[in-house]
Design a protein around this ligand. Structure first.
Ligand code: MTE
Ligand code: CO
Length: 435
């Protein structure tokens, strides 16, 4: 970093003069805050050749830029090409069962861009022509109905930001640290704004019979994935959604219509939704009996674990995002709870001996990701970084050992234990466990 008031180098003095004035104006407006030069005072040695830094005028300032992009649908700049979903080779990746992971360490704020939302398909991603799309609602109703996509769009709309976390997120970590990267340990989650209609409106339109207690949600993909949903949740905040972050759902997220069940395990959020049946009992479908149940130490399985409990992860630093310089650094992470809002996040740098409250910044919403930061000076010491989320029910995220005491190690699903990153003195981070 160099002092911005040094304008003695480089061409285009007039333009520099303007820049200088503009900066000075900005500083004056923020009276009481440090000047830009002070704020930019190097905490560490500047890197790079100073003559290549402003006010040197680079080629891109001297020549015209491109006209509007060749891609009518915009793409990220080429320098960000590495920011992509990734797969794990030894985890299934074929048309019967496939999974990829959200690059959490490359994101900030709370919204996951559509092209980076992890995907999980049990029978491949169906490609549904919206004109052929139909949703059938039948069973214990007064009036069975079939909706087209346009029919759905004429019901009152709602916009909600919610996280979707696969119950198997962090599932590889039950028996100890496994996957060396937060994209893989925690990347089966995304957080987008959904537009759709409350399922309640459709159920009211059909008229529920008095015995109606459960719904079956069924997908139109080759897996025909289906799950039972209690009627109370269906009438509460469940959404039939056709947009994410303002645009149509991506094919891989269930185009044209998916179910959004805020705070509940991702498996229930049926994609390519084609049928809702109303009944008086759960269906005990494959995905809620042999799968997505928690196998306990005594060999018995818990029936239905719908809620995703409070959880958090430090995304930076992490194995894919080492600390690069000493001095001023930002620890950044995400916290969420399927039972309400995140009220507090604690961070420790020494493996749990001392905790400090992280700074939450950005919207704090119900059943949504929440962004937190710890601004700190790193002197090159080894760190054991952990984060711990608290939610609006008073629940505090447990350690992995606390979780194992109750759940054993036979589980795959619902692992919300505290993650540890060991940051070595060279800044590299590693997935470890303390204990
Ligand atoms: N719905 C259908 N029809 N088919 C599926 O394979 N996968 C489920 C759920 N809904 C699935 C589905 C699982 S296990 C998860 S975690 C989420 O969708 C993943 O949603 P995403 O692909 O939008 O991330
Ligand atoms: Co899943």
């Amino acid at each position: 970093m160099s002092d911005v008031s040094d304008t003695s180098r480089g061409p285009m003095a007039g333009r520099r003069g303007f820049l200088k004035g503009a900066l000075a104006g900005g500083i004056a407006a923020a009276a009481g805050t440090p000047t830009l030069a002070q704020a930019a005072a190097p905490a560490t040695k500047p890197t790079g050749d100073p003559s290549t830094l402003p006010p040197h005028v680079a080629d891109w300032s001297k020549n015209l830029g491109d006209g509007v992009t060749d891609h009518p649908y915009g793409q990220p700049v080429k320098y960000e090409k590495h920011v992509v979903r990734r797969t794990v080779e030894w985890l299934t990746a074929d048309r019967q069962s496939s999974i990829n992971f959200t690059p959490l360490h490359e994101l900030d704020g709370i919204i996951t861009p559509n092209g980076l939302c992890f995907e999980r398909h049990h029978g491949g991603a169906a490609e549904v022509n919206p004109t052929d799309y139909r949703l059938m609602l039948h069973g214990l109703v007064d009036k069975p109905l079939i909706f087209t996509l346009d029919d759905l769009k004429r019901f009152p709309r709602t916009n909600r930001i919610h996280f979707l976390e696969c119950a198997a997120n962090s599932g590889m970590e039950w028996r100890g640290a496994q996957l060396n990267g937060c994209q893989f340990t925690h990347g089966m989650i995304h957080n987008v704004m959904y537009t759709g209609t409350s399922l309640r409106h459709l159920l009211n339109e059909a008229g529920l019979k008095s015995k109606a207690k459960w719904l079956l949600l069924e997908g139109g993909d080759a897996a025909g994935m289906n799950r039972s949903l209690p009627i109370d949740k269906a009438l509460d905040d469940t959404i039939i959604a056709w947009k994410m972050n303002g645009e149509a759902l991506r094919k891989e997220q269930g185009y044209p219509v998916r179910v959004v069940i805020p705070g509940w395990e991702g498996n229930m959020w049926v994609k390519w939704l084609r049928r809702i049946e109303v009944g008086d009992m759960p269906w005990n479908a494959r995905e809620e009996t042999s799968k997505y149940t928690d196998l306990m130490a005594d060999g018995r399985s818990r029936r239905f674990t719908f809620f995703m409990d409070a959880k958090s992860i430090v995304t930076n630093p992490s194995p894919e995002s080492p600390l690069r310089v000493k001095g001023r650094n930002v620890i950044s992470g995400l916290a969420w709870s399927g039972r309400g809002t995140v009220t507090r996040v604690d961070v420790t740098l020494d493996g749990g001996r001392n905790w400090q409250e992280a700074r939450i910044d950005g919207p704090v919403l119900d059943k949504s990701m929440t962004r937190f930061y710890v601004d700190f000076d790193w002197n090159g010491q080894e760190l054991m970084i952990q984060s711990r989320a608290h939610d609006s029910t008073g629940y505090v995220q447990p350690t992995k050992d606390e979780l194992r005491k109750v759940r054993g190690v036979n589980s795959i699903y619902h692992n919300n234990g505290i993650q540890t990153w060991l940051v070595r003195s060279n800044g590299e981070a590693e997935n470890v466990e303390i204990g």
